[in-house]
Design a protein. Structure first.
Length: 363
């Protein structure tokens, strides 16, 4: 039996999907399952999110894993393919792909010249860089990129268009509005369908919803907005991470706990030792004061997080006993809050759980 457990609620994921649909009722949904569905289990999430119109992944191996798991829904390779040899896999597995560079277009042209083709056209989404300055063709290159794609005989002539926001989680920054305006002006008159809105766009920029939205983090009940939790916007955390109390011991006034002896008791107290650490993926840099939920009450972490254990200050008036469940994050203790205590983002926390954590699913 594993010491640390992550329980994933199917009901929460379905609820979150329906909440997204209510926020963008006129848009189709690309459910983003990259990075093992944000740590929640690739194939299990695909089976839960059956109402999605398309699944989005980052890497070719993720798409192939879905196909190997008998997922027949359309799959979009959101990071695009990496080299010429990948194109045959796109064709073999009936995958759609983002095109974000002229190197990719050149590879498509070379493949067309040197390979026998299947009867199915290759569906592509042309990505335009409106200021993220990561992936995407420059606006000045848009017409050339589009013309070259349309000239490739096996590429579906009905090309879709996308861009990616860099500041959508910041409502005080007008850069997102500028990105939306530039994108809409550039594709004006084109017949393809459009996608702009990531999770932050879905929540904060309804004018970006367009034909497709592509939620990632929101599906799992976490908020992409830096100052909010998912529950504040009606989403339910899908993951509850828990372990157990394995020891309770007294600590005298002035005594320290943990590596480096940085935390010292200001009075006589009792400590709870909890079976989780950075070896399980819990953040090593969680500060003293980071809450842990035991029997419905929050107790602060004291001392450094170690590989296999953390310690919490129980005080002297508690009812905690060895074996009690300790919730590290979940519905009553948002992972977004733990991320703030750890000077990171909730994305990192839910993604970095290690193989020692037992992941199970409940209805």
């Amino acid at each position: 039996m594993s010491a640390v457990n992550a329980v994933i609620s199917r009901r929460a994921v379905v609820h979150n999907f329906q909440k997204i649909k209510s926020l963008a009722p006129k848009s189709k949904v690309i459910s983003v399952l990259k990075a093992n569905a944000y740590g929640h289990g690739l194939l299990e999430m695909a089976s839960i999110l059956i109402e999605s119109d398309i699944f989005g992944v980052a890497r070719l191996e993720e798409a192939i894993a879905l196909r190997a798991g008998d997922v027949d829904k359309q799959i979009l390779l959101m990071e695009g393919f990496f080299n010429l040899t990948d194109i045959a896999s796109l064709r073999r597995h009936n995958l759609q792909t983002v095109i974000h560079s002229f190197d990719q277009i050149k590879n498509l042209e070379q493949f067309s010249q040197s390979n026998s083709l299947t009867s199915l056209p290759l569906k592509v989404w042309l990505k335009i860089d409106t200021g993220m300055n990561r992936l995407g063709v420059a606006p000045s290159q848009f017409n050339e990129a589009l013309a070259r794609l349309k000239a490739i005989d096996y590429v579906d002539n009905d090309i879709n268009f996308m861009t990616h926001f860099s500041c959508a989680d910041d409502l005080t920054n007008d850069f997102t509005a500028k990105q939306i305006s530039q994108f809409n002006q550039l594709i004006d008159g084109q017949s393809g369908e459009l996608t702009l809105a990531n999770s932050a766009g879905i929540l904060a920029w309804p004018e970006s919803h367009a034909d497709w939205v592509r939620p990632g983090l929101l599906l799992y009940g976490c908020s992409p907005m830096g100052d909010r939790t998912g529950s504040q916007d009606g989403f339910i955390p899908a993951m509850t991470l828990s372990t157990s109390v394995i020891a309770i011991k007294p600590l005298l006034n002035g005594e320290s706990v943990g590596y480096g002896a940085h935390w010292k008791a200001q009075k006589n107290t009792q400590l709870g030792v909890i079976a989780i650490g950075y070896g399980d993926g819990y953040p090593r840099h969680a500060k003293a004061g980071t809450p842990v939920l035991i029997n419905g009450k929050r107790y602060p972490i004291v001392g450094r997080v170690s590989m296999d254990m953390v310690t919490v200050d129980l005080g002297n008036d508690h009812q905690v006993v060895c074996g009690d469940q300790a919730i590290m994050w979940g519905n009553e203790l948002p992972v977004e809050e733990i991320a703030q205590w750890s000077d990171t983002i909730c994305y990192e926390l839910i993604l970095q759980l290690t193989s020692r954590v037992n992941i199970t699913f409940e209805q």
